[in-house]
Design a protein around this ligand. Structure first.
Ligand SMILES: O=C(O)CCC(=O)C(=O)O
Length: 237
């Protein structure tokens, strides 16, 4: 059994990954933030933006209290089961102003547009999302997926799709990030085509975490029409 390649956020800039400073100005965010690019392979990458959102724990509480969280369902093991997390979606003027600011920051840096922001609430350690790619984007060859963490710090893992099916505790080839409240991860390039990601359920106690997710596809390349074994089924969105 291999050990995950854990990237300790906070030390990334000295770890050999490419780093740049973003001076993009979006109201309600820190302006001069470090963006560290981790090359997963030659065509897939993940940018780590540490501490983009000031007052992230307050934003976490405001979303917990103010969002109409819904229980989604997934088709697993030949039956519908409750998805182990709650979900919501915000767009346009319905977005929390700080989430609108993050969206503006993402749009400015990556020169793409988003339809809105999906939210997930992991209530405790029993909630999580399994290994998957964001196949609902359909065109996976060139995508941008931003994920903001608010609340608890939990393992956030990626591994190459080419590794095939694995036991949950088989951490060979796994890249583990541990984003803190206010950190933004941005997956890009062929990440949704060639890499899986997960926020695993945990054995030890873990308080609430909310993630906010923005997704964009260039719609270039081949359209993905065959949901495979790893495809998530987000019927609730
Ligand atoms: O909550 C996260 O950080 C990741 C969520 C995710 O991967 C998804 O909903 O597709």
């Amino acid at each position: 059994m291999g050990v995950a390649d854990t990237i300790g956020l906070g030390r990334l800039s000295s770890g050999g990954a490419d780093a740049s400073v973003s001076g993009l100005d979006a109201p309600g965010l820190y302006t001069e933030v470090q963006v560290t690019r981790v090359a997963l392979d030659t065509t897939s990458w993940i940018d780590v933006v540490e501490g983009l959102v000031p007052g992230a724990d307050r934003l976490h509480r405001e979303l917990l209290d103010g969002v109409p969280w819904r229980q989604g369902r997934v088709w697993r093991y030949e039956r519908w089961i409750a998805e182990p997390r709650l979900g919501a979606f915000q767009k346009g003027p319905g977005r929390h102003p700080q989430l609108a600011a993050v969206e503006e920051w993402l749009a400015g840096r990556y020169r793409v547009g988003f339809d809105g922001v999906a939210l997930a609430h992991y209530r405790d350690e029993r909630d999580g999302v399994g290994w998957h790619r964001d196949r609902e984007l359909r065109w996976l060859d060139d995508t941008i997926v931003g994920v903001l963490t608010l609340g608890a710090r939990r393992p956030w893992r990626l591994r190459p799709l080419a590794g095939g099916r694995r036991e949950a505790d088989d951490l060979r080839d796994v890249v583990e990030l541990q984003p803190r409240s206010g950190d933004l991860l941005v997956m890009g390039g062929r990440c949704q085509a060639d890499w899986l990601h997960t926020v695993p359920q945990l054995r030890s106690r873990c308080p609430s975490r909310v993630s906010a997710q923005w997704r964009w596809t260039s719609q270039r390349g081949q359209r993905d029409t065959q949901p495979g074994f790893f495809a998530p089924r987000h019927f609730s969105r």
